[in-house]
Design a protein around this ligand. Structure first.
Ligand SMILES: Cc1ncc(COP(=O)(O)O)c(C=O)c1O
Length: 408
């Protein structure tokens, strides 16, 4: 196929309109910087929505990808392969889990987790037990398949897709009394993000997580942590649960796990994994050698204590820079988050205007995210140099100053 000139306008001509991408097209990345088709440079605090955990063009990931590309690309699960086995060994050594199921995305990892929770209850308590209720939380996000939008706590993502799978209950996040009242012997799983990502960068109350664990134990239900966004070093430990004193029965991981190469994983114990016996679940690409080779290199680097300590130090620098911007301009009502998943909630009269901040930031050479219309979200590379954090915060300061002078 001959290479043609493509622009943002091409998107509207040939792409299904379920996204509304920015008007610039990044064509090259290096560390925490991206360049667009015109050669303009951007500091990247979006990180591909918390995916590029080691920035762009990382030499160790390139090496892993190139080396594997020279060997074998794909064999399916009719055969196993060396990178997948090494990665599974590595993940089970580093976490509570004994077994791993690999998929291609966060949604697919969660789909596996929800199916496994129901199947485990079915195997253990019988088809007539009615033990299939999944408890989830408003504002949570678990992906875009029909099951995962149904479990997710944002009704807008289900609109028009009825009938949605039954047996799902939504409760307010961090509401201990509501949780205690809702869980019963019909519950097969409680599903939570240790910190709401898409839902506004809202950390779980430690007491809420502990209560979920206690109630799961009492009612023989499974505790599922969706660490698609919080995992792989993002919050300053390999997985966020590790700093909470609460261990899940099933954990899902994706995003940063591949550092930009698509991969998802569901981690669990041997006893629970047994319910996914031969033939009960699967996916063609799950455990693909290219993805697992890259992910192995990601985990090698991110599991190092110095890197994780660096995330905490960078987080403190980031927060202090955001606070300084707020002292100058008073645009944030709260700055919150963990590690390098941070949110700045917009104060009045800026509420609802996160999109305008993102657009102006791009004009200032800065890429960042929102988590709903009221919250600016930052998910940079976990190894972003301190000087890039300072430079990015200068650009954010200019962004805010410009919006203020425009009197928005
Ligand atoms: C917590 C959480 N779970 C699941 C997903 C879905 O992941 P994916 O888009 O890879 O399917 C996301 C994506 O934003 C997420 O933040």
């Amino acid at each position: 196929m001959e290479e043609s000139t493509v622009t943002r306008a091409t998107f509207d001509q040939v792409m299904v309109p379920c996204y509304s991408p920015a008007d610039v097209i990044p064509v090259r990345g290096e560390g925490s910087r991206l360049w667009d088709q015109e050669g303009r440079e951007y500091l990247d605090l979006a990180g591909g929505i918390a995916v590029n955990a080691l920035g762009h063009h990382h030499p160790a990931l390139l090496k892993a990808l190139h080396e594997q590309a020279d060997k074998v690309w794909h064999v399916s699960n009719v055969f196993t392969n060396e990178p997948v086995l090494r990665l599974a060994q590595h993940l089970t050594q580093l976490t509570f889990a004994d077994k791993v199921f690999f998929a291609n995305s966060g949604a697919e990892a969660n789909e596996a987790a929800f199916k496994l929770a129901r199947r485990y209850a079915y195997d253990k308590f019988g088809a007539d037990s009615g033990k299939h209720e999944i408890i989830s939380f408003y504002r949570s996000f678990h992906g875009r398949t029909l099951f995962t939008v149904s479990v997710g706590g944002q009704a807008k993502y289900c609109t028009g897709f009825n009938p949605i799978p039954p047996g799902i209950t939504h409760l307010p996040y961090n509401d201990l009394a509501a949780l205690e009242a809702a869980v019963s012997d019909k519950t097969c799983a409680i599903v939570m993000e240790p910190m709401l990502g898409e839902g506004g960068v809202i950390p779980a109350d430690p007491a809420f997580m502990k209560l979920a664990r206690t109630l799961c134990d009492k009612h023989q239900a499974l505790l599922i942590f969706d660490e698609v966004q919080t995992g792989v070093g993002r919050c300053g430990s390999l997985y966020a649960y590790m700093e909470t004193g609460v261990t899940p029965d099933i954990l899902t991981s994706a995003k940063g796990l591949g550092g930009g190469f698509p991969i998802g994983a569901m981690l669990t114990t041997s006893a629970i994994a047994a319910s996914f016996s031969y033939g009960t679940h699967g996916t063609t690409y799950g455990g693909n050698p290219l993805a697992c080779a890259v992910s192995g290199a990601v985990i090698d680097l991110i599991a190092q204590p110095e890197l994780l300590e660096g995330v905490k130090q960078k987080s403190a620098l980031f927060v202090s820079e955001l606070e300084a911007i707020n002292q100058r301009h008073g645009v944030f009502s709260e700055i919150r988050g963990r590690g390098l998943l941070l949110g700045a909630e917009l104060a009045e009269p800026w509420k609802g205007k996160a999109g305008e901040f993102l657009a102006e930031a791009r004009r200032q050479g800065l890429m960042m995210l929102m988590a709903g219309p009221d919250v600016l979200r930052f998910a940079p590379s976990l190894i972003i140099p301190d000087e890039d954090i300072r430079a990015a915060m200068n650009r954010l300061d200019r962004t805010v100053a410009t919006l203020l002078t425009q009197g928005n």
